[in-house]
Ligand binder design. Structure first.
Ligand code: BES
Ligand code: MN
Ligand code: MN
Length: 462
């Protein structure tokens, strides 16, 4: 790649300014109040793809939020890279915990990012990482160095389950045909320890509802004599793990892929400091499934977590009441070979079966998806690895992540192609949390590394 470093040096202020503008639009897909902003973001991305050199860009309507599709086909005989990303973001709450407003991006220095990081909702997940690809394309087209065909597909519903994207992909297989899918929506170990994400966990997300008496009751007049749905719900939730933190749902582990000791030993070679991990989270001890390390617990093992729980009186002061209902949102992170629909069914049956007769229980499945593993003995992985070597001067470490991008397994099923996850975020970048940020170093390094992937992938395919 000729002059990629100097091109970035010359244009970096504009690259940052453009991202800042994109981050100002609050494209929160979960909350209908932001509908116009989500659509406005799609339009902004369309125009950025046009400026970066795509030949045709369209905003594709779906039953939900639109998909921005753009392409530049230089020669049908050359390989085609399909870039996927998302322009929607998580809700910013709780707002009071942000040190600067979530949609007024500012660059601040941090211990981990001495060169500064952009603070804003979506900075890392995924506007910043998605926009690296737009700027990498700009570099390649404007310097005449685009070596292959490229298609962009940027969606607006990733944070709420990608339903419209599934709809779109199933209807556009021909149009989306490609040789590899390239995504930057994950992380790496550290700025001086590059890594490539080789696995994603699957997900099953459910909401449960426990109903007791037909109205809220006086907790003195009725307390002790009827089931309290909140007491019952917490008891039921507690019973979902045993004393070893194993999940107790019958059949839950049946299809879990067990890694060999060799594979686990290989994983354990990745640099990791438990002390720093605990310090970063202000905890005295970690917690999890017996027999597995922290890194195993959050990548190759399935989990079950309550994400939210409510019911009864939570206002000021005290109100003596037995609530009629209690609720919880529960997520299960799944590993390869666990089928998310099957797991959802197992959960539903089990949860209903452990409910005492004094309450009724409803389980409402939300959304989910399959896990994914990227093989490393492929041209695509080798090309990615070489790309990092060119810009970080280090061989990247393959590492499975605990997060989920459920659409990736659908891509494999519908488009028959593998995905390469070149993520440049850090775990400390606070995605989904207050004060999300993305390092300026990471943003620019991503823009620098991506064109090398194009180059090596094209060369290795010859
Ligand atoms: N980009 C994340 C997933 C991610 C982050 C994977 C870091 C690996 C490392 C994505 O936007 C996300 O948040 N996914 C959701 C699932 C989705 C169905 C809401 C998740 O993992 O909770
Ligand atoms: Mn994301
Ligand atoms: Mn996310």
């Amino acid at each position: 790649m000729k002059d990629v470093k100097s091109y970035i040096e010359q244009h970096k202020n504009r690259f940052l300014d453009e991202l800042v503008e994109l981050l100002k639009i609050p494209s929160v897909s979960a909350d209908p109040a932001y509908k116009n902003d989500v659509i406005k973001t799609a339009e902004a991305i369309k125009s950025s793809l046009e400026k970066a050199g795509c030949d045709s860009v369209e905003i594709c309507d779906t039953p939900g939020y639109p998909i921005v599709y753009g392409e530049k086909i230089i020669d049908p005989k050359l390989p085609t890279i399909l870039v996927y990303g998302h322009y929607d973001v998580q809700p910013a709450d709780p707002l009071e915990l942000w040190t600067s407003p979530p949609f007024e991006p500012v660059i601040k220095k941090t211990e981990i990012h001495p060169e500064g990081a952009i603070f804003a909702r979506g900075a890392c997940d995924d506007k910043g990482q998605m926009y690296m690809h737009v700027k990498a394309l700009e570099f390649m087209t404007s310097t005449g160095q685009l070596p292959c065909n490229v298609k962009f597909m940027i969606e607006g519903e990733e944070e709420v389950g990608s339903e419209s994207l599934s709809w779109y992909v199933k209807r556009n297989q021909e149009k989306l045909s490609n040789d590899v899918i390239l995504i930057s929506d994950t992380g790496m170990i550290a700025n001086d320890i590059p890594s490539i994400t080789t696995g994603l966990r699957g997900l099953s997300y459910v909401e449960v509802e426990v109903t007791g008496p037909n109205r809220d009751l006086h907790s003195g007049l009725y307390g002790g004599a009827v089931a309290n749905p909140i007491n019952i719900l917490t008891k039921m939730i507690t019973s979902l793990h045993d004393e070893n933190n194993h999940i107790t749902i019958p059949g839950f582990y049946d299809n879990v892929e067990e890694l060999s000791l060799e594979e686990r030993a290989e994983m354990a070679k990745a640099p990791f400091s438990l002390d720093n991990y605990k310090k970063a989270l202000d905890i005295d001890e970690v917690y999890g499934e017996k027999g597995y390390t922290t890194n195993e617990r959050n990548s190759i093992r399935p989990t079950l977590d309550v994400n939210g729980i409510w019911g009864g009186y939570t206002g000021e002061g005290a109100k003596t009441v037995i609530a009629s209902q209690a609720f919880a949102k529960i997520s299960m992170r799944l590993v390869p070979n666990q089928d998310w629909k099957e797991i959802t069914e197992l959960f539903k049956n089990h949860f209903e079966s452990i409910a005492p007769k004094s309450v009724t229980v409803k389980v409402k499945p939300h959304h989910g998806g399959q896990g994914y593993v990227t093989p490393i003995d492929t041209i695509a992985y080798q090309a990615a690895s070489k790309a990092y070597e060119s810009t970080f001067e280090k061989t990247p470490i393959p590492q499975r992540s605990g997060g989920s991008i459920p659409i990736v397994s659908l891509f494999e099923k519908e488009l028959k192609s593998k995905t390469i996850l070149m993520g440049f975020g850090l775990n400390s970048d606070a995605i989904h949390s207050p004060n999300e940020h993305f390092g300026v170093f990471n943003y620019l390094k991503g823009i620098e590394t991506i064109p090398y992937f194009y180059k090596y992938f094209t060369e290795m395919n010859k």
